[in-house]
Design a protein around this ligand. Structure first.
Ligand SMILES: Cc1ncc(COP(=O)(O)O)c(C=O)c1O
Length: 458
């Protein structure tokens, strides 16, 4: 994570506070420390994903219920981590427990379709205004299929990708995900920076990187590679660099430019899909792309993904020009959980509740920020939100690089030690509210935030 230290109110105080809070954090979690040591024997790095490793240590979990999660030391937290944006249902939601329990008793895997898939595809068509759908198992698989489809349909290899967007861990999109300030190159022609080791340079060379919210950069990319661009993929609201909203008109303009050059527009709504509203940014913006990728919140806590597309795009699947496959695609357990999520969890009433909580939380945080005159921004999009620790608004990834990463880390620690679990990547991630959260939950967050603000005030 980049840590360009620019606008910290009191730099030395922040370092000292981080050290103190990390000690508190470790003292509260002796059982996690033991399990990490034990895990290291046969689990590489002592974790099941590198993203579960946090500073000062990973938190091992016991269970979750409602809006709370419980770690292996028996400590409870208001869960605003949400399993990296998946747990919009909260934990052990009765409708999902019932649907999954019923399905488990009737067999969980056949690699043959079950009727729930038809209902879900219809419901996704209604919400996202795209007629045809397929299922997969993770956000990575969904964006991989979308990029493959665009290449299959156009016979072109290049794609345009936004600097700072994350689309999963397949080769084509592991480029300029979270590059450091000294790697990004000139703004008008950003470097294509490898997002991981093991990505062939031949694949990386197919990616044209552009800044977010810059239609001119997309026009230039298309003009310089005329007839070679299959698609542009982006998170229509960026959510792997805090939260960055698109400027008015941005999405419509890039869609028209891409279509003018025979290329497709792909929205990666893996994070934004159901958290920003019932039909994601697609419905909110009214700018419907050629393909939408969904995952995370779709399955109510069970692994599932979906790809939606226009008749033109999805005809390549329907007639076999592109083989969209997977042993677990449309898995009955995932379908049962997904159907329950769309029917009983993500209802209009639930969205009204989420909006009410988001407004309340935002108001409290803004009042605290005003008290201390920090000029930071509370950025919310439906059930998602974050505080941007910077006076100037963030419009693209390079602005985000300017944010003092230590404030995000300290905030995470102080929330955690104060009983609120946030995703452990400081300024990169956001909170997620669930339908089972209540006013007391958001007020706890606000109280911790006030304590944090007081601590870093000059
Ligand atoms: C926007 C976005 N797309 C794709 C992915 C990849 O999803 P998964 O981890 O399910 O493969 C993520 C994961 O965080 C994401 O945030």
């Amino acid at each position: 994570m980049s840590s360009s230290l620019v606008e910290s109110p009191v730099a030395d105080t922040v370092d000292k506070l981080i050290a103190d809070e990390e000690q508190v954090f470790l003292r509260r979690q002796p059982r996690s420390s033991e399990l990490i040591a034990e895990a290291r024997v046969h689990l590489a790095g002592g974790a099941t994903s590198n993203w579960q490793i946090a500073e000062p240590q990973a938190v091992w979990m016991s269970h979750g219920l409602g809006s709370k999660v419980y770690d292996v030391d028996g400590t409870s937290y208001v869960d605003m981590h949400g399993g990296y944006g998946a747990a919009i249902a909260g934990h052990a939601h009765p409708a999902i427990v019932a649907a999954v329990s019923d399905r488990v008793r009737r067999g969980t895997h056949f690699a043959q379709p079950t009727e729930d898939a038809i209902w879900i595809a219809g419901e996704l068509s209604r919400r996202f205004e795209l007629p045809l759908w397929r299922f997969a198992n993770s956000g990575t698989e969904a964006t991989m299929d979308a990029v493959h489809l665009a290449r299959a349909l156009t016979g072109r290899d290049r794609i345009i990708k936004v600097e700072g967007c994350y689309h999963g861990h397949h080769d084509s999109v592991q480029v300029s995900v979270l590059p450091e300030a000294d790697e990004v190159g000139p703004r008008e022609r950003p470097n294509a920076v490898p997002g991981n080791s093991g990505i062939p340079s031949a694949i990386r060379d197919l990616v044209i990187v552009v800044p977010f919210n810059d239609t001119g950069a997309v026009a230039r990319a298309l003009a310089e590679h005329r007839g070679q661009v299959a698609a542009m993929i982006l998170e229509p609201v960026m959510m792997n660099a805090g939260i960055i909203a698109p400027d008015d008109g941005y999405l419509a303009v890039i869609r028209d430019m891409l279509h003018g050059e025979g290329a497709f527009l792909i929205y990666d709504e893996v994070k934004t899909g159901f958290t920003t509203g019932p039909g994601g940014v697609t419905a909110r913006s009214g700018v419907v792309p050629d393909m939408v990728c969904l995952a995370k919140a779709l399955g109510g806590g069970i692994s599932v993904a979906a790809i939606g597309g226009t008749e033109t795009v999805m005809s390549a699947i329907a007639d076999g020009r592109y083989e969209q496959v997977g042993t677990f695609n449309g898995n009955p357990l995932a379908m049962a959980a997904t159907r329950a999520t769309l029917t009983d969890v993500l209802t209009p009433k639930a969205y009204a509740h989420l909006d009410e909580l988001a407004t309340r939380l935002r108001g409290s945080l803004e009042a605290t920020i005003a008290t201390y005159g920090f000029g930071w921004h509370v950025v919310t999009a439906g059930a998602k939100g974050c505080v941007t620790f910077r006076r100037e608004p963030v419009r693209e990834f390079r602005d985000f690089l300017q944010i003092d990463a230590r404030l995000g880390h300290l905030h995470w620690l102080m929330q955690h030690n104060g009983g609120v679990f946030l995703p452990p990547w400081g300024k990169v991630e956001q909170w997620l509210l669930s339908v089972q959260h209540d006013r007391d939950d958001v007020d706890r967050f606000a109280a911790n935030f006030a304590r944090f603000a007081e601590a870093v005030a000059p």
